[in-house]
Design a protein around this ligand. Structure first.
Ligand SMILES: NC(=O)C1=CN([C@@H]2O[C@H](COP(=O)(O)OP(=O)(O)OC[C@H]3O[C@@H](n4cnc5c(N)ncnc54)[C@H](O)[C@@H]3O)[C@@H](O)[C@H]2O)C=CC1
Ligand SMILES: N[C@@H](Cc1c[nH]c[nH+]1)C(=O)O
Ligand SMILES: [Zn+2]
Length: 430
């Protein structure tokens, strides 16, 4: 049952609790488990990877069977329908088109005084993408991660995905082939993140790990950050919907459930100016949940991290939403573009009554791997830049150096670093 809150102070406290749900005080046990798993992978490589895969995914593997073979990928193509293959190809096309547009550009400026400045982007050499596969498996996530890496020009693209009890979704393998993944390993959870971060005898160490996952995956990415780069803390998922009297309660309820069905830690939040709408959504959530194939998991998410909040105005809704910094924000209001002006923090924003989050989850083009748990305050959707870094370019002519020699001298003296001063003086005095 979705709870309803009317008091702003209670709403703020509750939103903070939900936002913080993957931060340490609520997940002390999981943090410790993840630390132990990562240490074991670092020390024992494949042996630990196989041990945790047997333990958590109930799958007995050997170093030789960790990698998914070409024959398995060929078989997967026989198993997917023509419609599904077409849908995968449409999603690849849209995601590629969007990410090609967002490819960062190199630039160089030649200034008249003999100064040349610039910025030059290069892809990382090796990227690892995590594709969730615990409670659901995600061909869409393969596309959302592999295509931007391809567009960025990554040389070696390695994918990991758990296949619990040996169950492999053929659509994930087909999506990987279509999106240009070169190697796939059937491992998941913190152990897979550890393998990509530290390398094992079988799995290569990569430079960047991207991709969403549950609390174990997300905490593992947080812990290995620094050893490798990461995209953002992407999961468990969340949606926040701002709705006014023009919203359809049946649609709003469906969108809340579409997020809750991902994970018992998924968050589904409604902020509305219309208390009658809130009441209808509460009833509708229960109605749609009855007989839902993922009812127990979805009910857990709704009970712990689901909430309807009745607000005074859309301004108040925008303030609360900005405080929460949701992964997905739906603006189901009469004038979504006017409300957008007040929104400053959100991973992806869906405008209007006919744009359910699912359109972005699958194929609109923008990435569905998005910052969660407040990370949208400082992080952005996964993009080609996730797989790139840039170098600054600087060139000075002798006369340009002469122009600034005095200023550099003053600064080197202030820092007590005479060799820095010499490196300039010796050139301009030549
Ligand atoms: N933010 C984003 O962009 C997106 C987020 N997601 C999120 O991805 C997540 C997918 O979660 P799952 O289906 O669970 O798949 P998952 O692949 O993330 O996690 C499954 C793995 O968790 C590990 N695990 C499970 N129970 C464990 C335990 N007790 N101790 C240690 N490790 C354990 C196992 O190793 C298992 O292989 C959801 O939270 C969903 O919301 C999905 C798509 C996009
Ligand atoms: N809603 C997921 C993405 C998704 C994939 N498949 C369905 N949904 C997210 O958090 O971005
Ligand atoms: Zn979804």
């Amino acid at each position: 049952m979705l709870r309803t809150l009317y008091k702003i102070s209670e709403a703020q406290a509750e939103l903070q609790r939900i936002c913080d749900r993957i931060h340490t005080d609520q997940v002390v046990e999981q943090e410790a488990t993840v630390r132990e798993i990562l240490n074991a992978i670092r020390q024992s490589g494949d042996e630990a990877l196989l041990h945790y895969t047997a333990k958590f995914d109930e799958q007995t593997l050997t170093p030789q069977t960790l990698r998914i073979s070409g024959a398995e990928i060929d078989t997967a193509y026989q198993q997917v329908s023509g419609d599904l293959l077409q849908a995968i190809r449409l999603a690849c096309k849209n995601v590629k088109a969007f990410h090609q547009q967002r490819l960062p550009k190199n630039w160089v400026t030649f200034e008249e005084n003999g100064v040349v400045l610039g910025k030059r982007y290069t892809p990382v050499a090796n990227a690892g993408i995590y594709v969730p596969g615990g409670r659901a498996s995600y061909p869409s996530t393969v596309i959302m991660n592999a295509i931007p890496a391809q567009v960025a020009g990554v040389e070696r693209l390695v994918m990991v995905t758990p296949t619990p009890k040996g169950h492999t979704n053929p659509a994930v393998l087909v999506a990987a082939q279509e999106a240009g993944v070169q190697e796939i390993y059937r491992v998941g959870g913190a152990q897979a993140i550890g393998a990509l971060a530290y390398g094992t005898e079988t799995i290569p160490k990569v430079d960047v790990i991207s991709g969403p996952g549950n609390v174990y995956v997300t905490l593992a990415k947080k812990q290995v950050y620094g050893t490798v780069g990461i995209d953002s803390l992407a999961g468990p998922s969340e949606v926040l919907i701002i709705a006014d009297h023009t919203a359809n309660p049946v649609h709003v309820a469906a969108d809340l459930l579409a997020q809750a069905e991902h994970d018992p830690m998924a968050a589904a939040i409604l902020l509305t100016t219309d208390s009658k709408l809130a009441d209808k959504v509460v009833v509708e959530v229960d109605r749609q949940l009855a007989g839902h194939p993922r009812q127990i998991l979805t009910e857990k998410a709704i009970a712990h991290y689901g909430i309807a909040i009745v607000v005074e105005s859309l301004e108040e809704a925008a303030q609360l939403s900005n405080q929460f910094a949701p992964e997905h924000l739906e603006l189901e209001v009469e004038d979504p573009w006017a409300l957008l002006e007040k929104i400053t923090q959100a991973g992806a924003i869906f405008l209007g009554h006919d744009t359910p989050e699912a359109v972005g989850d699958y194929l609109a083009g923008p990435n569905h791997t998005l910052p969660t748990s407040g990370a949208a305050r400082y992080a952005s959707p996964l993009s080609t830049e996730t797989f790139m870094k840039h170098s600054s370019l600087i060139q000075y002519s002798k006369s340009a150096l002469l122009n600034v020699a005095g200023a550099i001298d003053a600064l080197t003296n202030a820092e007590g670093l005479p060799s820095h001063g010499d490196s300039v003086r010796l050139r301009v005095e030549e």
